[in-house]
Design a protein around this ligand. Structure first.
Ligand SMILES: C[S@@+](CC[C@H](N)C(=O)[O-])C[C@H]1O[C@@H](n2cnc3c(N)ncnc32)[C@H](O)[C@@H]1O
Length: 198
């Protein structure tokens, strides 16, 4: 917690002057508040979960396929980035899909992309750590290994038996997977880890 706060504070100290230089904005309470409001959650997303790295579309298709998603399933992408997983889940599979995104820039980007996708999926500007996931049929994630490890008690506590977790690239180290779909270098698809809550 203290380590996270130090990292975020360090990031703000380094990036804030850059913001001012690049935007040529006057230094006052309004610009300072606005930049803080943008910078702190962005850095918090990085420190708390994972940086924004979108899953290649081929891998998104594969994640949805291995999840055995079906119409009406309650689906979450915890750290949804530009929303591609939930948009495809809603548009192609008619799932009831929601994505949580903590970084404001990425959240705005996802909302813009939603117009292009014309998707009914919901995107919430939220920290997934504070969201109740108990009604999930499927959880999708692409998060750092340490984040997945910290998330495991929440998943164990909240998820209903039979809920599926599809993790891109990294495993939940303390859980035994149902299946590991190996890396497909030709298609640029990292391993996909499939879990079922017991
Ligand atoms: C590696 S990207 C994956 C994006 C998307 N799921 C995909 O597969 O294309 C991880 C995303 O999670 C977001 N994130 C990290 N920690 C988060 C948190 N605690 N709550 C919500 N979003 C978070 C980051 O801002 C980033 O956009």
């Amino acid at each position: 917690m203290i380590k996270d706060a130090i990292l975020i504070a360090g990031g703000v100290l380094i990036l804030m002057p850059l913001f001012y230089v690049m935007s040529n904005a006057p230094f006052n309470l309004y610009t300072l508040t606005a930049y803080m409001a943008l910078l702190i959650p962005t850095l918090a997303a990085l420190v708390n979960g994972a940086p924004f790295v979108p899953t290649p579309m081929g891998a998104v298709e594969k994640m949805l396929k291995v999840s055995k998603i079906k119409k009406g399933d309650k689906v979450y992408d915890i750290g949804c980035g530009d929303g591609r997983v939930v948009y495809l889940a809603a548009n192609k599979h008619e799932a009831n899909a929601t994505g949580f995104e903590l970084s404001p820039f990425v959240f705005i980007f996802a909302k813009i992309r939603q117009l292009l996708w014309r998707s009914k999926a919901k995107i919430q500007f939220a920290n997934f750590k504070h969201k109740n996931l108990s009604d999930a049929d499927i959880i999708f994630c692409y998060l750092l290994p340490e984040t997945l490890l910290k998330l495991e008690p929440k998943l164990s506590k909240e998820l209903k038996p039979g809920a599926r977790i599809i993790s891109y690239a990294f495993p939940i180290a303390s859980w035994e997977e149902v299946k590991k779909h190996p890396r497909d270098a030709k298609q640029n698809i990292a391993p996909i880890w499939e879990y079922v809550k017991q």
